[in-house]
Design a protein around this ligand. Structure first.
Ligand code: NAD
Length: 499
């Protein structure tokens, strides 16, 4: 067996030298084998990273739009050519299948492509002659050093929701990835160096609460973008805003899929399986509650069960449909929810605990699990499980389904399946959720729209990427100017170009 790799911080364009006092174990979820040991930052190391990023900001904020967008284009080209390497790293530490990991990278790449257009995105307004010979115009400027704290389930895509726009807008960045799958961020840091980004503009700090708290408290960190569970998101929002920072903290989810009686049940069953069990349910946009309206439930449940029987759970490198869960502890926690569902009286239609995986015995296996006759007082319904467990709840009417979605504390994503345009339109208007799919089960918005939930799924008022991302990473300034005797001159016969 090969030696575990040491995974350390990336500060000021290079790996950090000193060995940490505290570190964490990184494992391959498909085998259970230890693959690496990741350094945990102390607050002193956080200070060093912030100091490097602050120095880099002094120059980067003045880099021309042409230069900044060129760095983004270079990064995009390298990423596009080598994304297979990144996908392999994700699968080895997070466990999702290679195909799914590639999909994650591609969705992140879309934000890089969006940020390549930063010269257009940062254009301000100009009003000539608001008063006699007085003009007013608006500009947007970068914040400074910005922090990004990400969860285990999307080690590449979630940081990419934020850093392309932050960097393109002239900020310098510190990413604190999940300690469970830290290597993707280091690979990305090396790619940035290759793309010609100056040292100190993109930094990676590894660690746990100590590093997070130090970033939240540091006076030179101007904003924090957090994605993770709701309890930590709330904590990050409260601590960060009391330290005077701009915070966007995206939290957990419990996404409902409402199926109306007129829906195409074959398509709805496909969608429920794909969105319920893709990435082993470890997606913040996974469907975990299927609300069957009217008399569709019996047929739908048997269609879903038939499809689940064809799924292959196993090592993500072997072409399986579904990989392992991220850690043994997380797998055990999900299993405890299945036990609680059975004890509460839900009907266990497919039991993932009995799975025969195509993988090593030490992997953190749990197969797709389907419950029927779930009620809203059961924890399989009320809690975010973040595993391959799909619960079917039966209701009589659209109004009951809507009420159920709106009463749930989470409001990240939801979907309605119907062929009735009027019903779908009513749902999009009435539902209290940030991202809505109409016959689309995982309605993750494109990079040029913004991603974010409502209620306990988001703390702060800025969603990720799109124009909200551009606004989050910049501050507006309005200039009122009068030139009583303007004079500009000089001869230059060259063809005008960017510099
Ligand atoms: P998590 O909250 O455990 O960890 C997220 C980050 O917070 C990690 O970097 C971790 O190191 C750090 N952290 C953990 N404990 C901390 C503490 N006590 N104090 C400060 N920082 C701490 O989340 P996770 O298990 O890595 O990810 C899964 C969660 O993320 C799920 O709840 C999922 O819904 C959510 N998520 C939400 C979205 C979204 O867009 N809303 C997207 C992806 C994941």
């Amino acid at each position: 067996m090969s030696e575990p790799t040491r995974i350390t911080h990336w500060i000021d364009g290079k790996p950090f030298g000193a060995v940490a006092d505290r570190s964490g174990v990184v494992r391959d979820p498909a085998t259970g084998a230890m693959s690496g040991r990741v350094d945990f930052a102390t607050s002193e190391v956080v200070d060093e990273a912030v100091a490097a990023a602050k120095i880099a900001f002094g120059e980067w904020r003045h880099a021309s739009l042409a230069r900044r967008s060129q760095a983004l284009f270079n990064f995009r080209e390298l990423l596009n050519a080598r994304k297979g390497e990144l996908a392999a790293i994700i699968t080895a530490e997070q466990g999702k299948t290679l195909a799914d990991a590639l999909g994650e990278v591609s969705r992140g790449q879309e934000v890089v492509e969006f940020a390549c257009g930063i010269p257009h995105l940062l254009k301000g307004g100009y009003s000539e002659g608001v008063s006699t010979k007085v003009d007013v115009y608006s500009i947007r400027q970068p914040l400074g050093v910005v922090g990004i704290i990400s969860p285990f389930n999307f080690p590449a895509m979630v940081p990419m929701w934020f850093f392309p726009i932050a960097i393109a807008a002239g900020n310098t960045v510190i990413v604190k990835p999940s300690e469970k799958d830290p290597s993707a961020s280091n690979w990305i840091a090396e790619l940035w160096a290759e793309a010609g980004l100056p040292p100190g503009v993109f930094n990676v700090l590894h660690g746990d609460k100590v590093a997070v708290d130090a970033l939240l408290d540091h006076p030179d960190v101007k904003s924090v973008s957090f994605v993770g569970s709701t309890a930590i998101a709330k904590y990050v929002y409260e601590r960060g805003t009391s330290a005077g920072k701009r915070i966007q903290a995206l939290g957990g989810a419990k996404n409902h899929m409402v199926v109306l009686p007129d829906a195409n049940l074959e398509l709805a069953a496909d969608a429920a399986v794909n969105a319920g069990f893709g990435a082993a349910g470890e997606r913040c946009m996974a469907i975990s509650a299927l609300v069957a309206v009217g008399d569709v439930a019996d047929e739908l449940v048997s269609m879903i069960a038939e499809r689940v029987a064809t799924l292959r759970t196993g090592d993500g490198r072997r072409g399986c449909d579904m990989g392992p869960l991220v850690t043994a502890e997380h797998r055990d926690k999900v299993v405890s929810y299945i036990e609680a569902g059975v004890a509460a009286g839900a009907t266990l239609v497919v039991d993932g605990r009995a799975v025969q995986p195509d993988g090593e015995p030490g992997g953190y296996w749990l197969g797709p699990t389907l419950f029927d006759n779930v009620t809203t007082d059961m924890t399989v319904y009320s809690d975010e499980i973040f595993g391959p467990v799909l619960s079917v709840i039966r209701v009589d009417t659209y109004a009951e389904a809507l009420q159920m979605v709106n009463d749930h504390p989470y409001g990240n994503g939801t979907a309605i399946f119907t062929n009735d345009g009027g019903a779908a339109r009513r749902f999009q208007n009435e539902v209290e959720v940030g991202m809505v799919g109409i016959n689309v089960p995982i309605p993750v918005p494109m990079a040029y729209y913004s991603f974010g939930g409502w209620k306990s799924s988001l703390f702060g008022d800025s969603h990720a990427h799109g124009m909200e991302g551009v606004h989050f990473f910049t501050r507006g300034k309005v200039v009122t100017s009068r030139w009583l005797d303007p004079s500009q001159g000089g001869l230059n016969l060259g063809f005008p170009q960017n510099s």
